[in-house]
Design a protein around this ligand. Structure first.
Ligand code: NAD
Ligand code: UDP
Length: 314
């Protein structure tokens, strides 16, 4: 049994991680400032004897006795991370410093939830971990992209300088139950629009691509990476589903699966929107024996069903 701290534990990914770790017998401390996290995501865990909830902001230091830290605290959707960009940078950078300081002090292993956004608008396709990226340092996405890049730097430096036992997961677009309906990410937007018979808003011509991983696969990858003792485990590892789809294809799939009569409309493409994205997951396959099991076609019906209930649409 491990004593595990999950920052951002009441968010979309964090709440699934809390559940999975409790299921296997770990003790879980969920730490969150509830900026984008929801109490209802973890409400069902509140009575659990191995679960504890701490309201705290990672920008401030904290001392807790734990063996493992999953550092997930950070708004992940463009509308949320651009709402207060200075705070987003602080969360990524000061959050990383505070959590790495804690890991160093109590000798905990620590995993950073990094992102495919460290590759920016990539000129290498698919993206391998060796690619340094193509990121605008002064654009509207920079607070998130550069914040996450500095966090990776801090992780590597604490590892080299202080021998902190680190893991870095570069997470690609993930979807599943408990995504916030107003979170602005493409899967939740399209699904909610389809269920409410509203127009499906494709930004730009819809030919930009993304790769979508189901949350169950993603959480499995995070746990494997944290548990892995052997190999190049201190290097970043891409975690994502290599299936690649254009936003037009995604919209059509959601329309077909839901039977919705929504129309597709086009809206302006946001600045610096990456044109293509697909993970090369050979490192995760080799190091962790991990690869996603759930295709987008298999995952979409369950997310539609979940949103139907969440929004109480019959
Ligand atoms: P989310 O917004 O649902 O969850 C983030 C959680 O962090 C929320 O509960 C929020 O309240 C909390 N939080 C934010 N700022 C905080 C602060 N200063 N102190 C304490 N808590 C804070 O997002 P998510 O999709 O669950 O993402 C979790 C992590 O995974 C993030 O770090 C994100 O960057 C990373 N990630 C997610 C995806 C994805 O597709 N979901 C892709 C790449 C990376
Ligand atoms: N997108 C879209 N319509 C929406 C929301 C997003 O066409 O209502 C596009 C967005 O421009 C991007 C892609 O979908 O090209 C993925 O956007 P998301 O915000 O989910 O993730 P990210 O851009 O951070 O990968």
């Amino acid at each position: 049994m491990n004593r595990v701290l999950i920052t951002g534990g009441s968010g979309f990914l964090g709440s699934h991680l809390c559940e999975r770790l409790l299921d296997r017998g770990d003790e879980v401390i969920c730490l969150d400032n509830f900026f984008t996290g929801r109490r209802r995501n973890i409400e069902h865990l509140l009575g659990h004897h191995r679960f504890e909830l701490v309201r705290h902001d990672v920008v401030e230091p904290i001392l807790l006795e734990v063996d493992r830290i999953f550092n997930l605290a950070c708004p992940a959707s463009p509308i949320h991370y651009q709402f207060n960009p200075v705070k987003t940078v602080k969360t990524s950078v000061m959050g990383a410093i505070n959590m790495l300081g804690l890991a160093k002090r109590v000798r905990a292993r620590i995993l950073q939830a990094s992102t495919s956004e460290v590759y920016g608008d990539p000129e290498q396709h698919p993206q391998t971990e060796g690619y340094w990226g193509h990121v605008n340092p002064i654009g509207p996405r920079s607070c998130y992209d550069e914040g996450k890049r500095v966090a990776e730097t801090l992780f590597m430096d604490y590892h080299r300088q202080n021998q902190v036992d680190i893991r870095i997961a570069r997470i690609f677009n993930t979807y599943g139950p408990r995504m916030h309906p107003n979170d602005g990410r493409v899967v939740s937007n399209f699904v909610v629009q389809a269920l409410r018979s509203q127009d499906i808003t494709i930004f730009g011509n819809g030919r930009q691509t993304r790769s979508f991983c189901h949350v169950d696969d993603l959480v499995d990858g995070l746990i494997r990476l944290m548990d892995q003792e052997e190999g190049d485990v201190q290097l970043p590892v891409n975690l994502g589903n290599p299936g690649e789809f254009s936003m037009l294809e995604l919209a059509q799939k959601i329309l077909r699966t839901s039977g919705s009569t929504s129309r597709i409309v086009h809206e302006p493409l946001p600045q610096d929107d990456p044109r293509q994205r697909r993970p090369d997951i050979s490192r995760a396959q080799r190091l962790l024996g991990w690869e996603p099991q759930i295709t987008l076609d298999q995952g979409l019906p369950s997310i539609l069903e979940w949103f139907r209930k969440d929004l109480e649409i019959s």
